[in-house]
Design a protein around this ligand. Sequence first.
Ligand code: KMT
Ligand code: NI
Length: 172
Amino acid sequence: MRAYWFDNAEGDQRLPHDSGRAVSADYLSQLGVLYYNIPSESDVDKLALERSYKNRDMITVSPEKMGAIYEEKVKSFFHEHLHEDEEIRYIRDGAGFFDVRSEGDEWVRIFLEKDDLIILPAGIYHRFTTDEKNYIVAMRLFKEEPKWTPLNRGPDVDVNPFRKEYLQTRQV
Ligand code: KMT
Ligand code: NI
């Protein structure tokens, strides 16, 4: 894992866009974003049990796996959105970027690779992209039924109860 302020430069979303200013795991935790490095899948089983994640699946995001819809998918993952539940991703192969909004509404870019696990809280605005290698395999964990409807940012979603609760909890 490596986190830094996004540079906001033009250019492909899959480029690093590294401003050179690092962001600490401590700062991420202030945003409610939790990060773990977990080499052993049995430790992920423990975490899933503790947090009552009952379901999981694996997703491969690559042109080989997705074919013609790959580019479209990658663009849609990159639309700024939130969820009404936590988003948990455990990277099993390849790499990618999760961008999350800071308290000042700037992008923090989080580079994740194998054995990295991230928990994004409900209500945080974020987006995802593969990197230039166009390949990531991730485990997605869910509490109950997969509930990952992305709610794209806009005036109506800004007042979503889960968004309001996130802002209140973080006091940001
Ligand atoms: C998301 O939430 O954007 C995704 O699930 C992307 C694929 S997981 C690496
Ligand atoms: Ni999401």
